[in-house]
Design a protein around this ligand. Structure first.
Ligand SMILES: Cc1ncc(COP(=O)(O)O)c(C=O)c1O
Length: 514
């Protein structure tokens, strides 16, 4: 049994043990279980997860390692968990907290009193994806005369823009980035803008590489054509102002830039709030207006929603409020200092190893590297790091960019840098010793040419079984510990096939426990 597999979960025989009327397995116990027992189940299930704290997981989680912060956020969460953001007049506490968070974000990102965007307004959303969908919706609905709206993004823009385009039926125009700078040429962005373009977007910084797009130039070409420009600062937007104060060269990227009409920043990332909170800012109320949805044409309450969800828990918002106010400006500056020290240390560790190459010089809080030696297999290296307790994120090849390893670096990483460096050296040696993953040429050829529409559920199930995927029985993750073979196959698959395969695998994982 793998170390990440546990056997917790609903006790299927609970009824039988207590002599209940039925011994049928049931996820809904016939008689409720004691609180301590249920909590023990949750804890046992959690044991299968990657570690959220301690600086060993370089994606998904943001750990500032500030003593007492979790307890504070949890208490604030509990205070407001049952408050409903559906109606700000019924729960003014939530409205006040949201306005405070929006004000803090606006101040940090070039808006508010005394700035060039004094009328900036915003909304608290449930996450970066929701903020981006709403930025696209606001832009689309600000141009009702455009029958077939379009969105221009650099190829490095977050996948959430593609989701927004898909959900909102907006066509996506992707601008290639340079393999050297990982940035788009503003002239290419200008060339991609058409009369139907309702929004141009860019990143500050991008998720994959942590690179800041040329926001000033992109916003200028958008403004010249009368098109809105959104800056996706969801990922690192909260750290960039602090990095700048620490002397890191950060180009202008926020509402202070002429032509930037909206910007988003996730509080559940580098503001270190628990999950479920992002802020979407607009330059002025008129820009925000088309983001809202209102409906009075039914016999119930008039629904007025600034964001996608209607009923919203106050928990995440109260937790973010407590986190932001407790850490404060000085706290965030200190966390940015520690994060940057970790980034510098990790980049040095990568540079020190033969066969590894930084894909980009770290500009923000990401370290991204690739292999420069054909005998060193990137996906095997990732497995070796995992086996040593370091959870990195492999990224597949894209256009002329090679596959790479992504590290989202947070303040908690700083003390672990020397240990990571040593593990990296060991892992590279082990990956070299293991040699590259070699898949049968006919399998690779099949994956390279298979039409996604030829994938039948049976074929996917067979493939999943062969690769050891898709069986989360007992609360395990449903993926094998060593992923190099699977990753090599997925890396060889064209994006459309990879999307389909992974969607099918997730479908296999998401099966009800009865
Ligand atoms: C740049 C960027 N934009 C948007 C998102 C989407 O955010 P979320 O996962 O909170 O929906 C992310 C997530 O990593 C991101 O890095």
């Amino acid at each position: 049994m793998s170390e990440r597999t546990v056997t917790a979960g609903p006790r299927v025989d609970a009824g039988a043990e207590r002599g209940d009327e039925t011994s049928e397995p049931s996820s809904l116990p016939l008689r409720g279980l004691p609180a301590d027992e249920v909590l023990a189940e949750v804890r046992a299930l959690r044991a299968a997860d990657r570690p959220t704290h301690g600086g060993r997981l370089f994606a998904y989680v943001y750990d500032p390692a500030v003593p007492g912060l979790d307890e504070l956020a949890n208490s604030a969460y509990a205070e407001s968990a049952h408050v409903n953001g559906l109606d700000p007049t019924a729960f003014p506490s939530l409205l006040a907290m949201e306005n405070t968070l929006v004000g803090a974000a606006a101040r940090l990102l070039g808006g508010g009193p005394g700035s060039t965007a004094p009328d900036a307004v915003g909304s608290v959303t449930g996450g970066g994806t929701e903020s981006l969908i709403l930025a696209v919706k606001a832009a689309r609905d600000s141009r009702p005369e455009v029958a077939e709206p379009r969105l221009v993004v650099p190829a490095t823009a977050h996948a959430a823009f593609a989701k927004a385009a898909h959900y909102l039926r907006v066509a996506l125009d992707t601008v290639a980035v340079s393999a050297q700078t990982l940035r788009p040429d503003p002239a290419d962005v200008a060339a991609a803008i058409r009369p139907e373009t309702v929004l141009v977007a860019c990143s500050a910084p991008s998720y994959a590489h942590g690179v800041i797009d040329p926001v000033e130039q992109i916003a200028a070409v958008a403004a010249e054509r009368g098109v809105r420009c959104h800056v996706d600062a969801c990922f690192g937007g909260w750290t960039l102002p602090y990095l700048r104060r620490l002397g890191v060269p950060v180009p202008p990227f926020d509402l202070g830039v002429a032509g930037v009409t909206s910007i988003s920043v996730d509080l559940h990332k580098y503001a270190y709030a628990p999950k479920g909170v992002s802020v979407l800012l607009h330059r002025d109320p008129a820009s925000r207006a088309p983001q809202f949805f209102a409906f009075a044409g039914w016999p119930g309450y008039t629904m007025v929603n600034p964001v996608i969800s209607s009923t919203r828990s106050g928990g995440p918002i109260a937790a973010a409020y407590a986190t932001v106010r407790h850490l404060g400006d000085d706290g965030y500056l200190d966390l940015a200092r520690r994060t940057r020290a970790a980034v510098t240390g990790l980049a040095a560790a990568v540079r020190a190893v033969d066969g590894l190459r930084l894909l980009a010089e770290p500009e923000s809080t990401v370290v991204c590297f690739t292999v420069s030696d054909p005998d060193l297999d990137l996906f095997t290296l990732v497995d070796e790091l995992t086996a040593r307790g370091w959870h990195t994120q492999p990224q597949f090849r894209y256009a002329d960019l090679p596959a790479s390893v992504h590290l989202t670096v947070t303040a908690s990483v700083a003390p672990t840098v020397p240990d990571f460096g040593a593990a990296l050296v060991d892992s590279v040696a082990a990956a070299r010793a293991a040699g590259p993953v070699r898949l049968p040429a006919d399998l690779l050829a099949l994956v390279g040419s298979l039409d996604p529409d030829q994938l039948t559920p049976d074929l996917v199930a067979t493939l999943a079984t062969t690769l050891g995927l898709g069986s989360p029985a007992g609360g395990g993750s449903g993926v094998p510990e060593r992923m190099a073979v699977v990753n090599t196959l997925l890396d060889a698959a064209p994006p459309a096939l990879r999307e389909r395969l992974l969607a099918e695998f997730v479908g296999l994982l998401q099966r009800p426990t009865y």
